[in-house]
Design a protein around this ligand. Structure first.
Ligand SMILES: Nc1ncnc2c1ncn2[C@@H]1O[C@H](COP(=O)(O)OP(=O)(O)O)[C@@H](O)[C@H]1O
Ligand SMILES: [Mg+2]
Length: 242
C-alpha cells in the first residue's frame, strides 16, 4: 500500500467536514475522488497533504505514519498536491513560481531552474517561462499549479479540481497532461466534477458525501449507484417535484 488513510475526522467547531473517511491507494493507480460541493474532498486532501491536522484517524505513506507530519516533510517523502484555487506568487516569473517546488530537492538555484524548465516544457508552459506570473489566465494558472507540484518530484500527486474553469478544448489538453503524468510513473488522486473526465481517466472512484465515503468502485458502477445519484440530484430533484 502506497497511501492509506483510516477513520479520518476533521472538525470545524462542532461540524465534521470529514467524518471517519478511509482511503487506500496502490502504487501506479489513478483514482477519482468525487462528491457534491461541500462533501469534504478538499478538507480530506488537506489532511492527506498535511495542510490540516485531522482530529482523528491515521495516515500512512509508504508504511510510515505521517498523520501529524508537516506538509514539507510529506512533500520530501514524495506526497505533493495542488490547490483548488491556484497559488500564485506575484512579482515573480512563471519559472520562479515553479522553482518554489523545485527547491525542495534542488537547493541550488541553477539546478532548481533547470528542473523548473523541464517541468514547464512537460506542462506546455515553456513559452511563458520568463513572463510575470500575473500574465497567466485560468488555464495557465491551473497548469502552473501542476507544474510546481511536479517540480517537487512526487511519487503521489493529489489534484484538487485541476480542470475546473477550463473550456472543453482546454479540458482535452489537461486530460492529456494528467495521462502523461500517470504514464511517467506518478500515482494520482484526482478530485474532479466532470463525470466524463472521471470515466476517461480513472479505473476506481471514491464518492464522498457529508465527509463520509458513500460509495467506491469503477466509474460505471458508482454512477449507476442509486445512492450516488441521490447524493448528486436528491435535493434538486426534490425541488422540482410538484
Ligand atoms: N476552514 C474551514 N472552516 C470552517 N468550515 C470549513 C473550512 N473548510 C471547509 N469548511 C467546510 O467543510 C465542508 C467541506 O468543505 P470542502 O472540503 O471544501 O468540500 P469540497 O472540497 O468537497 O467541496 C464545507 O461545508 C465547508 O464549508
Ligand atoms: Mg473542494
Amino acid at each position: 500500500m502506497l497511501l492509506e488513510a483510516k477513520g479520518i475526522i476533521k472538525t470545524f467547531g462542532s461540524f465534521r467536514a470529514v467524518d471517519e473517511a478511509d482511503l487506500t491507494l496502490q502504487e501506479h493507480e489513478l483514482i477519482g475522488l468525487i462528491g457534491p460541493n461541500g462533501a469534504g474532498k478538499s478538507t480530506f486532501f488537506n489532511c492527506l497533504a498535511g495542510d490540516a491536522l485531522p482530529d482523528g484517524g491515521s495516515i500512512r505513506f509508504r508504511d510510515r505514519e505521517i498523520t501529524r507530519m508537516a506538509p514539507h516533510d510529506r512533500a520530501r517523502l514524495g506526497l505533493a498536491r495542488t490547490f483548488q484555487v491556484p497559488i500564485v506568487f506575484d512579482g515573480m516569473t512563471v519559472r520562479e513560481n515553479v522553482m518554489v517546488g523545485a527547491f525542495l530537492r534542488r537547493p541550488h538555484r541553477h539546478a532548481a531552474a533547470a528542473k523548473a524548465d523541464e517541468v514547464l516544457a512537460f506542462t506546455g508552459l515553456a513559452e511563458q517561462a520568463d513572463q510575470p506570473v500575473t500574465t497567466l489566465g485560468t488555464p495557465g494558472r491551473k497548469r502552473l499549479e501542476i507544474a510546481r507540484a511536479l517540480a517537487s518530484e512526487p511519487t503521489v500527486l493529489l489534484l484538487d479540481e485541476a480542470l475546473a474553469g477550463l473550456t472543453s478544448a482546454e479540458v482535452e489538453t489537461a486530460i492529456a497532461l494528467v495521462r502523461r503524468i500517470h504514464e511517467s510513473g506518478i500515482t494520482l488522486i484526482v478530485v474532479e466534477h466532470i463525470m466524463e473526465v472521471i470515466h476517461r481517466l480513472t479505473q476506481r472512484v471514491i464518492v464522498f458525501q457529508q465527509g463520509r465515503v458513500l460509495a467506491e468502485g469503477s466509474p460505471a458502477d458508482v454512477t449507476a449507484d442509486p445512492r450516488v445519484i441521490e447524493a448528486y440530484l436528491g435535493r434538486r430533484a426534490g425541488r422540482h417535484r410538484p
